[in-house]
Design a protein around this ligand. Structure first.
Ligand code: NAP
Length: 290
């Protein structure tokens, strides 16, 4: 059944995104554009359950009410706890942004934020070798946690987390372990001097303010700088990195890439080629496509 005919029938596959708030989520725009272009009989809708009702909400979806759910702030940790099975990455990250409702009533959880980050780096900084040098993550919230787990699994030699609240960085380092460590502000300059990859996973810079004050000019010239913040698209942090000649990766690419495995899990096909979801997302953000 083609959506070109404008129909979502009783046989439609339904998926969605759940967060609180959810009004500004870009996921419905992205997934519904792919659904339309692929001619699927499907729909992708937003949900905003009350913060203390997430578990009840998810339990009600068991057994096939919908095919799956993306999960965003503040529910990613609860999403993992609700699941009966999870990927190694979701377990290591301690958070899930993808729930799939199996026909037998079970819930499977995964985390596509980290793979989205890695794919965005592959697209915007081609040839970058993650195994060659250490990583510095600024911030220790949910986004940092997912990134640290994926980077550790993907073979980064060291992942140092620097955060305003040191105890949160320590919590992540303890739960992921291995190459992931917490580092203090005092260590940051020395860490930047060796870093192959620097990631802003704080909310600093959101809405156009100055990003983290990290001295990006200390990084090796080959370093890649990522900003998870995507509003504005060219954050001050990315502009500073560009001014020092470093390659940059924007948060919008990460957002778009994390949606790909979710779409495949929900609808059983890859997103169709030829849909400029980046331009659609930029339009929603109020930015011109570049
Ligand atoms: P979160 O859990 O709320 O964590 C926020 C982080 O920012 C914490 O480390 C916090 O430090 C730090 N922070 C906030 N204000 C600060 C300040 N004034 N000075 C220093 N540090 C400050 O949020 P999150 O889910 O990790 O998300 C972080 C950012 O990544 C958000 O902007 C989000 O939109 C973005 N994000 C993007 C993607 C993507 O696909 N591009 C995916 C996920 C998240 P404390 O621990 O000290 O409070």
């Amino acid at each position: 059944m083609s959506v070109a005919s404008g129909k979502v029938t009783g046989a439609a596959v339904v998926a969605g995104v759940c967060g609180q708030p959810i009004r500004h989520s870009m996921s419905p725009v992205i997934h519904n554009a792919w659904i339309a272009a692929a001619g699927l009989n499907a729909a992708y809708v937003p949900f905003a359950p009350a913060e203390d009702r997430f578990e009840t909400f998810v339990d009600g979806l068991r057994g096939g009410a919908i095919r799956g759910l993306n999960v965003t702030i503040p529910f990613k940790e609860q999403a993992l706890a609700c699941a009966d099975r999870c990927s190694d990455l979701a377990r290591l990250a301690g958070a899930a942004n993808l729930l799939v409702f199996e026909a037998d009533g079970a819930i499977t959880a995964d985390n596509t934020d980290g793979p989205g980050l890695l794919d965005a780096i592959a697209v915007q900084a081609p040839g970058f070798d993650l195994s060659a040098s250490p990583v510095v993550i600024l911030g220790a919230g949910g986004a940092a946690r997912g990134a640290a787990a994926a980077l550790a699994l993907a073979g980064a030699p060291r992942v140092s987390i620097v955060n305003r609240t040191f105890a949160r960085a320590q919590t992540i380092a303890t739960s992921i372990g291995g190459v992931v460590e917490a580092a203090s502000d005092d260590q940051l300059d020395a860490l930047l001097g060796e870093a192959g990859l620097v990631i802003n996973a704080t909310s600093l810079g959101l809405g156009g303010g100055p990003g983290p004050a990290a001295r990006l000019e200390l990084t090796p010239p080959t370093a890649v700088v990522v900003d998870m913040v995507y509003k504005p698209l060219r954050t001050q942090f990315l502009r500073r990195a560009e001014a020092t000649g470093r390659r940059t990766v924007d948060g919008l690419e990460m957002l778009l890439r994390q949606a790909v495995p979710s779409f495949e899990a929900f609808f059983g096909v890859a997103p169709p080629a030829g849909v400029d979801v980046r331009a659609l997302a930029l339009a929603q953000l109020g930015e011109a496509a570049s």
